[in-house]
Every structure is written in structure tokens, then in C-alpha cells.
Write a protein that binds this ligand. Structure first.
Ligand code: PHE
Length: 475
């Protein structure tokens, strides 16, 4: 990267990358599918013990090397440089993500345009509209995607990280203010109380009936744990080289610990606010909590339409803000690989982007086709359509692997003193040791257990069985 961010530019760039559709679209969807409060708690715990810890590890790799992910690992590894550089290729995950992510931004474009017309005023119509768009309307989806595609690559080709971040300075607060007002407005509905019980604290009657733990964690299963980990990674942009790449341009003497905490706080807060707004109307209109990816498009349009013309204005503002939040994240997914191609093969930025764009174009179109009635069947693999498969592989497999490599690399491979010197102005010794302990023992183990549990549930049962036996033997 040619120039460094300003301090505020760094915070905004990373916040812009972190706050995106993960918070506005994935978070409420997954919370709905996994039963609410228990899932949020899991997500918060994993955000702290895995997300924050690995975020700081990736930041160290970026800052200490000032390179793209592959060259960063290569430069910092004391030996086996080439083997370690493979860890940097987890940035391919970002290319997979941007392929389906830009399709979703395309949906947002469609709904931005819809805000100018009559929005469906009940959940059924709203659902039908979305379903039709998803499974029959290839042309609309294609052109919306195409628009996002060109815009995204145009922006990255300009290298205007600062341009888009400056835009973020305006748009992120607008998103926040809008969400805040929607939250206040939603408090006047009965659905808000139900949303509160769903997201924050279960009904007392439910606790009496089921017991405290069951009322909170009753709907959690192994899949939910992996999903919560995937979401923690996804919403913090971890494991695919973004944080490494942005931190390569972290200006010196920036309190990056404080910056990281602010970014993580904003990220969680926006997710939860979004959850409140969405679920208030879900409960208010008796819609299905676990309806999946259409959740925000279906429920929010109904809400907006019930607000009359003000609703149209709000819808427009809301989807436009979401659009920019999405674009800022999308840009941060393309940057790592671009920088790698430029650094390693001395390609011009344009040439690098051209090559990446071919891949994204093909994958993006396959994502769209995989939800169309006429092509869905041939694009379904292992019971998931292509879109969900890309999402699953990148969020639940590549991101955890990328994060795991970063944790091992910083925790075991590179010299501790170098990292300590980097952290010492902003973190006292106690917290540094705590972080380092988590980095070495807790986060990687959590990742291994969760991922293995998903891939080989049987194996996990054996481990649990023998661990218990050993434990009982000693007690
Ligand atoms: N954090 C972004 C979001 O929540 C997604 C993202 C993933 C961005 C990976 C960059 C890299 O929408």
C-alpha cells in the first residue's frame, strides 16, 4: 500500500470493513434461526475469547510486516517461510465472500429502487415479492449485481480507500441515527417486548416452565456453536487477510487497542440494534422468526410501508446506508488479493483487479443462478445451494482456519518480544499476558473443537467420552 491511513482513517476503514451486511443481514437472520438469546450470548463470548484475540493477532502481523497477507507471513516467519506463506492464501476466502456478498448488495440496490414505489404492506405480500425476486427474476438480480460489481471494482481500482472511508464518516452515523430512531419507534409496538424476551431475557413464565438454562440455551445445538463462531469471524472480517492488509497501513503511534475495542463495540451494538428493530416487527406481524436470508428484506419493507410516505423516505435512507456499509466491506475483501498480486507479480493495480473480477463475476452469477427455480437443482451440492455453500465454506471453514493460523503464528512462531514492544505503549503487562495466554491456548483450541465437532461429530463424542473418563478417574 502506498500510503498509510490517518489514525481516524484506520478506525473508520476497519469499522467500515467490519460493520456491514454481517451485522445488518446475517446477524438477525442467524439469531432468528438459532433461537435468540442463547445464540447472542454464544456470539458475544466467542467474539471476546476468539474474535478480539485473533483480531489483535492479525493486526500484529499486518503492522509488523506492513505487507499483504502472503508476503507478511513470508517476511515474519523465522523459518519455513514458503510453508507459512500458504496461510496468507486464506485471503482467497475473501474473494469467495465478495462473490455472494455483492449479490446481496444487489438485493439492497433492488430494494433501494423499490423504496420509490408502493412497498408491500403486509408480511405475506412482502414475502411473495422477495421469493419471486429470488427464484424467478434473474434479469433484475443480474443487473443489480452488475451495478455493484462495476462500482466495487471501480472504487478499488482508484485505490481510494480514503475516499470511501470519508464517505463512511457520513454514512455510518446516518445508519446509526436511522437505526436509533427505528429502535425508538419500534418501542411503541407490542412486538418490542417479545423481541426483548427473544433477544435479551426470556419470559419468567418460560424460565419457570423450562428452567433457566433450558430457557436460554434450549435451542442451541452443535451447529449453532459453529454458526456463532462463523458469525464472529465474519462480522469482524477475520481470517481472510483483511485485517492484516489494513493494519499494514496502520500509522505509527496509534492506540490500536483502544481502536480495536471501539470497532468491536460498534460492531456488536449495531448487530443488536438491528436485531431489535427486525424482531419487533417479526413478532408484531406474527412472521416466522427463522425465515432465513429474506428476514430483513421481508420484515423491514413491511414496517416501512406501514409508515406511509415517511416510510418510503426511511426505506430509501436505510437501504442506501446499508448499501454503503456493504460496499465499504466489499472493498476490504478485494484489497488483500489485489495487494498480493501487485506486490508479488508487479502487476498494475488494474491488471490485478481485472483478473480478480473475472473470478468474482463467474462466482457471483453462479450464486444468483443457484436460487433460481430453473437452475437451482443443478447448483445444489451437499444439500446446500451454491450461494449457501460459498458462505458456509468461507465463514465456517476458511475464516476459522485463517484465524487459527494467525493465532499459532503470533502465539508460537514469531518472537514474543517484537509483539510485546508493539503492544506495550497501549496495554499493560497483565492484559498482554492474558491476551497472549488466550492466543496460545484458548482461541486455537476453541476453533479446533468447534470445527472438528462440526466435521467429525463422532470423533468429538469419543474425545468427550474419554476426557470424562479421565476426569472421573482423577476425582
Ligand atoms: N465484516 C463484514 C460484515 O460484517 C464482512 C467481511 C468479511 C468483510 C470478510 C471483510 C472480510 O459484513
Amino acid at each position: 500500500m502506498s500510503s498509510k491511513f490517518s489514525k481516524i482513517g484506520f478506525v473508520l476503514a476497519v469499522a467500515g470493513s467490519a460493520v456491514g451486511l454481517g451485522n445488518a443481514w446475517k446477524f438477525p437472520t442467524m439469531v432468528g434461526q438459532n433461537g435468540g438469546i442463547g445464540f447472542i450470548l454464544l456470539y458475544l463470548i466467542l467474539t471476546l475469547i476468539v474474535g478480539l484475540v485473533i483480531f489483535l493477532a492479525e493486526l500484529s502481523i499486518g503492522k509488523l510486516s506492513e505487507k499483504d497477507p502472503v508476503n507478511a507471513y513470508k517476511l515474519l516467519a523465522p523459518k519455513h517461510k514458503t510453508s507459512w506463506s500458504i496461510a496468507g492464501f486464506t485471503m482467497i476466502g475473501a474473494i469467495l465472500i465478495v462473490s455472494f456478498y455483492s449479490v446481496v448488495i444487489g438485493w439492497i440496490v433492488k430494494y433501494t429502487l423499490l423504496s420509490f414505489s408502493d412497498l408491500p404492506n403486509n408480511i405475506q405480500d412482502s414475502k411473495a415479492l422477495f421469493a419471486n425476486f429470488m427464484s424467478n427474476d434473474f434479469t433484475s438480480q443480474f443487473f443489480c449485481f452488475l451495478f455493484v460489481f462495476f462500482l466495487m471494482f471501480f472504487i478499488v481500482s482508484k485505490g481510494i480507500k480514503n475516499g470511501i472511508e470519508r464517505l463512511n464518516v457520513w454514512l455510518m452515523p446516518i445508519l446509526f441515527i436511522l437505526l436509533f430512531f427505528m429502535l425508538i419507534y419500534s418501542m411503541s409496538f407490542d412486538g418490542f417486548k417479545a423481541a426483548y424476551h427473544f433477544l435479551i431475557f426470556p419470559k419468567l413464565s418460560l424460565i419457570e416452565e423450562l428452567g433457566f438454562l433450558e430457557a436460554i440455551f434450549g435451542k442451541i445445538d452443535e451447529n449453532s456453536i459453529l454458526s456463532a463462531l462463523g458469525l464472529a469471524f465474519f462480522s469482524l472480517s477475520l481470517g481472510v487477510g483483511t485485517i492484516i492488509t489494513y493494519s499494514a497501513s496502520l500509522p505509527d503511534k496509534t492506540n490500536f487497542i483502544q481502536a480495536s475495542l471501539i470497532i468491536i463495540f460498534i460492531n456488536v451494538l449495531i448487530g443488536i440494534m438491528m436485531g431489535f428493530v427486525v424482531f419487533t416487527y417479526i413478532f408484531e406481524f406474527n412472521a416466522e422468526v427463522s425465515q432465513g436470508p429474506g428476514l430483513i428484506f421481508v420484515s423491514l419493507t413491511t414496517l416501512f410501508s406501514n409508515l406511509g410516505i415517511v416510510g418510503n423516505i426511511l426505506a430509501l435512507a436505510f437501504f442506501v446506508s446499508l448499501f454503503f456499509a456493504g460496499i465499504t466491506s466489499a472493498v476490504s475483501m478485494i484489497e488483500p488479493f489485489t495487494l498480493y498480486l501487485v506486490n508479488t507479480f508487479k502487476y498494475s493495480r488494474k491488471k490485478a483487479l481485472f483478473l480478480i473480477s473475472i473470478v468474482v463475476f463467474i462466482l457471483g452469477n453462479l450464486c444468483i443462478l443457484s436460487s433460481m427455480n430453473f437452475s437451482a437443482q443443478s447448483l445444489t451440492f451437499f444439500g446446500k445451494n451454491f450461494f449457501d455453500l460459498l458462505d458456509y465454506i468461507s465463514s465456517n471453514i476458511i475464516m476459522p482456519i485463517g484465524g487459527f493460523c494467525a493465532a499459532i503464528f503470533v502465539g508460537y512462531i514469531i518472537n514474543k518480544d517484537g509483539v510485546k514492544i508493539l503492544f506495550s505503549p497501549y496495554m499493560n503487562n497483565f492484559f498482554f499476558c492474558l491476551w497472549y495466554f488466550f492466543l496460545r491456548y484458548v482461541s486455537p483450541l476453541a476453533i479446533i473443537i468447534i470445527v472438528i465437532n462440526q466435521i467429525y461429530p463422532q470423533l468429538f463424542q469419543y474425545i468427550k467420552f474419554y476426557a470424562l473418563k479421565i476426569f472421573l478417574f482423577f476425582t
